[in-house]
Design a protein around this ligand. Structure first.
Ligand code: AQP
Length: 329
């Protein structure tokens, strides 16, 4: 039997190439070796304010991008998190076993709550990693393919699985993160911080649904430096970030890339990078648009996926409730 991989993306804005390289790009590769469950994690996105109309549209857009990118709906489960209420049941149970101290140490919470301020930082934002642990643990997940920024959250999921198993007997698989070192894409306008859906400037990121002209423009404007030497130097964060994207797209080694651009300026390199990006992203954008035209078909895919996910999740919740002495059966 194949091992299980679970992952998801929040429909909290426009999906960008950071999300793509941190997740879908790798999901495509692992779908042959694992039994994969990919969720559109809509409950996570309401930890910060969302427009209901935009949220609904983004749920379908994110699911369509999964399929348009090459995630096989026959082999894998694709579903929307809020359609499987067992995530919320396990969330409450695991909340009761999570400690204030460990949740306070989560860097993503610290970053986001600092940006929002105390009065705008919801309890949901604080507890978000526990919901993520519930998503993962419900499916006996072995591996979680995510971007580097989620590592701390996977560690919490592991801790919670071990804590529950220790107190109530073997119940959950202890999941491993599946993180590629170079799946760490920084903002194009500010390579000090990660590329993010919620960054204010559109020049922070390249969105999967960007037109070719937008991609050209954004790469032109991407921050570099005055050195004009195309080298993988971690200290020169702007050019290093662009080179990382180039490496992921081309599959070439760092040496090969440096050799290729030896003696060439940043303008020359950016033009090549733009061409690579367009050839990766524009077919996904066009496929997504055509999938979204047939709303009934995508609804059906998501309903089927939710049904399958619910069946698995329900069995696990019954086991968990029995172990805890909850309910009447
Ligand atoms: N910059 C990034 N580089 C590599 N991977 C990234 N991921 C996100 N940003 C980068 C990975 O994308 C997957 C889905 O992320 P998410 O939607 O669950 O939430 P996020 O990490 O909070 O993404 P954003 O873009 O920063 O959204 P907002 O601004 O709404 O919070 C995950 O696997 C993540 O690691």
């Amino acid at each position: 039997m194949k091992q299980i991989a679970f992952s998801g993306i929040q429909p909290s804005g426009n999906l960008h190439i950071g999300n793509y390289f941190g997740s879908i790009f790798n999901w495509k590769k692992i779908q042959n070796n694992y039994s994969c469950i990919f969720s559109v994690v809509d409950l996570h996105s309401i930890t910060v304010k969302q427009s209901p109309i935009d949220l609904k549209n983004k749920i379908f857009e994110v699911a369509a991008i999964y399929i348009a990118s090459g995630i096989d709906i026959k082999r894998n489960i694709i579903f929307v998190q809020s359609e499987v209420k067992q995530h919320l049941e396990l969330f409450w149970i695991l909340n009761c076993m999570s400690y204030f101290g460990e949740l306070s140490r989560m860097t993503q919470f610290k970053d986001k709550s600092k940006r929002l301020g105390k009065d705008q930082s919801s309890a949901g934002l604080f507890n978000y990693p526990v919901l993520m642990a519930s998503d993962i643990l419900l499916y006996d997940t072995n591996f979680v393919p995510v971007g580097y920024d989620q590592k701390q959250h996977i560690e919490l999921a592991r801790d919670l699985a071990e804590r529950f198993n220790k107190n109530f007997g073997e119940t959950f698989n202890v999941p491993e993160p599946l993180i590629k070192d170079d799946a760490k894409i920084m903002g194009l306008d500010n390579p000090e911080n990660k590329m993010s859906k919620s960054a204010k400037s559109k020049y922070n990121r390249i969105d999967i649904m960007d037109s070719n002209d937008e991609i050209v423009n954004k790469i032109k404007k991407a921050v570099t430096d005055n050195v004009q030497d195309v080298k993988f130097d971690k200290k020169r964060k702007g050019i290093y970030n662009l080179l990382t994207i180039y490496k992921l797209l081309s599959g070439m080694s760092e040496n090969e890339i440096e050799h290729n651009f030896s003696g060439k300026n940043y303008g020359y390199f950016k033009k090549d990078l733009t061409d690579l990006l367009i050839s990766e992203i524009s077919p996904i954008r066009e496929n997504t648009l055509s999938i979204l035209k047939n709303k009934n078909s995508i609804e059906k895919i998501l309903e089927d996926g939710s049904k399958k996910a619910r069946n698995i999740a329900n069995k696990k919740i019954i086991t968990v409730k029995n172990k805890l002495g909850l309910g009447i059966n």
